[in-house]
Structures are given as C-alpha cells and as structure tokens.
Unconditional design. Sequence first.
Length: 386
Amino acid sequence: MRMKLLTLSVSTIALATAANADTMTVGLVAPLSGGGAAWGTAMKGALELAVKDINGAGGLEVGGTTYNIEIAAYDSHYNPNDAVTAVNRLIYEDQVAFIVGPLGSAPLAALVPVTTENKKITITGGFTPIAVAPEHPYSFRAVLPTQIYAAPQINYVVEKLGARKVGSLFPNDETGQTMSNDIASAYEAAGADASAVDYYERDRVDFVPLLTRLLAQGIDTFELDGSPPQTAGLLVRQLRELGFEGNIVRTGGDATNDILAVARPDASEGLYVHMEYDGSLPSAQEYQQRYVDAYGGTMNAFSPLFYTTINMIFEAMQAAGTTEDSDAIVAEMAKMSDFEGPAGKANWMGQEIWGTARQQYIPYAIGVVNGGVPQVIATCSLDKCE
C-alpha cells in the first residue's frame, strides 16, 4: 500500500505488496489538517482499514485478476482549489479506480465536473444537492445531509426542548449557505424563529462579537450545525463564557468528541448532538475499538459510514467483473440493499428527492452529553425522532 499526503510537497510511504497481484490505486481527497481534520482523518482511516482487510485476505479478485490495493491520499485543507488540484492528480497521474472524498459542498461543487467527465466514482460528504444530482451519476454520498435529518431532529428540539428563538453561525461559503437554508427552513416549519443568523470566515477563532450580537436578539437555543468540529467546540466554550444558559444543539455532522476536547466537558454538559448511527450496536463498538487501536485518540462517527460505502464499491467491482467500467460498477451498487456494515444495514435512497438513489441511509439518533458521554435520548427515522 502506498500513501501520499499532499501539503506543500508529496511524501511516499511504500509498504509491501503481493508479488503475484496486479495493483489498483484508490484515491482520497479530504481535509487532513485544519478545522475539518476530524472528518478527513475519519475518512482516511475508513479507507485504510478497508484496504487492510482486502490486502490482508490476499487482495481483491475481480474478473479473474487479483489486485493489491494502494492508496494515494491528498490533503484538501477544506479548500476548493486544493481539492481540484488533488483530484486532477488522482485522475491523471495516479490513475485511481475511484475516489473517497471530497468533504464539503464547496470542494465538491468545484471538482465534480472533472470526476463526472472522467467517470470516476466518488464517495462524498458534501451536503449540497449537487452531490447526488442526476447529471453526476458517479457521485455517491456516505453521510446523511442536513436536508434529510433536519426536519425530524428540529421538530424534536422545538417540541421537546421548547426552542422558540434560535441563533446560529455558519461558514461564509457554499457549504454554510446550503446548511443555513436547510436549518432555517426546518426550524421555521416547526414553528420556531431561526432568523438570528450570521456568517464567519473558516479561519476565525474569536466568535465573541458575532455571538454577542446573536445573544442580544434574545435567543433561547443555539444551533451548531454547519461548523467544523473544532470550530463548534470553540462556539460552545465561548457561548458558555458569555453566560448563555439556553439549549446548544448540534443537528448534524458528528463532532461530539472534538467539541468535548475543545470546549471542555463542563461547557459541553447538556449539549444535544446528532448521532450518525446507533453506537450501542456490537458491530459499531467493534469497529470503533479497532479504529482506536489503530490510530489512538477517538473516532469520528463518519468513519464507519465511509467504510461501508467503500466496501460496497469493492463488492460491486467483483459483481460487475471490472475495476474500470464505472457504469457497470454503479449498476451493481444500485442493486444493493440491507448491506451489512459496522454502523448497521445500509440502503440507497433519494430517488423521490433528487432524482437519483445515490444517498446512503443508515438509521440515526439524537443524544445528550451527560458526564462527558453522549447518551441516546431518541432514535430517528426519515420522518420522526422519538
């Protein structure tokens, strides 16, 4: 397995390959540094673990040929220009079979014309509808976007927590604008006022002036969705330091461990969080332990979701008998249902919403942080959290 990490230069780590196997390269473009690094490293870990499984079992047999899998990975820095540069390298230099990433709506919007033109399957975390648009048939999304989980979770927040006046801050880019619109629409549909909104540049760390303006509007609930994990942690800490005693809610995008690390447990107590899946599943606990054993620290919940989609592609290649015909591989992926992954059974959805079934769906939940640990308080379907 070969790993490339692009910052200002590229470094290569060569690992042993099977002498009797052909080589297939899989690409990764994700934020491996900066505010979105928790998500990007979760994606990288998912790919590495999936590849380790296959190479450790002797390789991936497709159409009578056995492939040893290598990884070419690049740091997008959560930046559209860097993401496009990375994808061009993955396609034209590394000649990857498919791409894990990018993360974020702005990077995805910038590079998806290139991946579509070259028929490269991508597994994205971008919440923009572009991710699953019919004109981009090779783009799949591993995580649920705000558009899907916002209404059920926000209805719960309004009905059960009594949210009436909601404040929020979002990144000043396409990702932030997309999520802001989805969140505001869901709160307003549930009967709450979500008009207290402002935007920030992604490298900002002092949010006191922006938060002070929002608090002056009499908010009783603050929505964290849309902010990267480390930024969300800063927002929680600075809100509590300003004396805010209302609800703090994270409607989506797993960030709990990083929020706790940055905000500190006392500020995070009582934080309401989105849970990407039911963490009590034995398979989820086993995957998390494996991840922690491999990388240390904590695991962002995006990892098992990407691990599942990556394995769906590998299995689809075997069923299609090809690693190069993306149309045949996509056709096999479309047939999959109740695919067993560490986070639970995965299915494709989205035909009625976006015109394609390219959205991975795994049941999710709402948790509350108690003693530094999120505890499930509601399980969710596409319609309701209860």
